[in-house]
Design a protein around this ligand. Structure first.
Ligand code: INI
Length: 160
């Protein structure tokens, strides 16, 4: 029996792309800093000239799938993380934005074979979003961990 698992200790060969929505940037910049904190503390080089990480910004969560697809299809990255925050109180088209972001991101992963971490908070209020972006817990950190796990798992499966 073969068992395949991701790991968090040998991350030196991973190249990671983040795509971040500017809409609700009070929240998304906190998700980004939590994600970067996780990645750097696990040994990912985010600063030197041979940095393992690139960041792309998009206007809102609706645009995340298109740019995630471009990054995933570039062949330069083993994993992509998409960060956004969609808050129901702010928009009657909450459901449209969430559906496009979630289905689009899932489709990119399946079509390119590159894992795309779904780091989009969907909440009723700004307070709930901020609680998940640092006041209580920063889910950006979890998204970073999931990126390491999925990137290294795909490598273990011989797909990256
Ligand atoms: N984009 C978000 O990321 N979060 C939101 O809460 C949001 N609201 O409230 O509308 C939002 N809208 C912008 C959307 O993602 C697109 O950027 C825009 O429609 C242009 O295509």
């Amino acid at each position: 029996m073969a068992t395949f698992e991701g790991c968090f200790t040998d991350v030196s060969s991973l190249q990671i792309a983040l795509v971040v929505a500017r809409f609700n940037d009070l929240v998304t910049t906190k998700l980004l800093s939590g994600c970067l904190d996780c990645l750097t503390r696990h040994g990912v080089d985010t600063t030197s000239s041979s940095s393992q990480l690139d960041v792309a910004w998009v206007p809102g969560s609706f645009e995340l799938p298109l740019v995630a697809q471009s990054l995933a299809a570039s062949g330069r990255y083993q994993v992509v993380v998409a960060l956004g925050a969609v808050i129901r109180g702010d928009t009657p088209h909450f459901d449209v934005v969430v559906a496009e972001a979630s289905k689009g991101i899932a489709a990119v992963a399946r079509e390119t074979g590159i894992p795309v971490i779904f780091g989009v908070l969907t909440t009723d209020t700004m307070q709930q979003a901020l609680e998940r972006a640092g006041i209580k817990n920063n889910l950006g950190w979890n998204y970073g961990l999931e990126a390491l796990e999925m990137g290294s798992l795909m490598r273990a499966l011989g797909r990256a």
